[in-house]
Write a protein that binds this ligand. Structure first.
Ligand SMILES: [Zn+2]
Length: 68
């Protein structure tokens, strides 16, 4: 390991913007998925602090009936 490995911040990989506080979080929690007729849809994320206070919505596959 070099000194850069200790002093350089980790690369932004799995980050998302929290729907409540609008801050970037490196540990996003999926709280809702919005289907789109013209694309793959959008997943809304929350930071761990706000994930419990955001009303959860359906995620892909949760509205499919009967369940498989
Ligand atoms: Zn938040």
């Amino acid at each position: 390991m070099t000194i850069d490995g200790l002093t350089t911040p980790p690369p932004l990989g799995n980050v998302a913007v929290c729907v409540k506080c609008h801050c970037l979080t490196a540990t996003p929690v999926a709280v809702r998925h919005i289907e789109s007729t013209s694309g793959p849809g959008t997943t809304l994320w929350a930071c761990p602090e706000h994930a419990a206070s955001v009303a959860p919505g359906p995620m892909p596959g949760e509205l499919v009936w009967p369940r498989q």
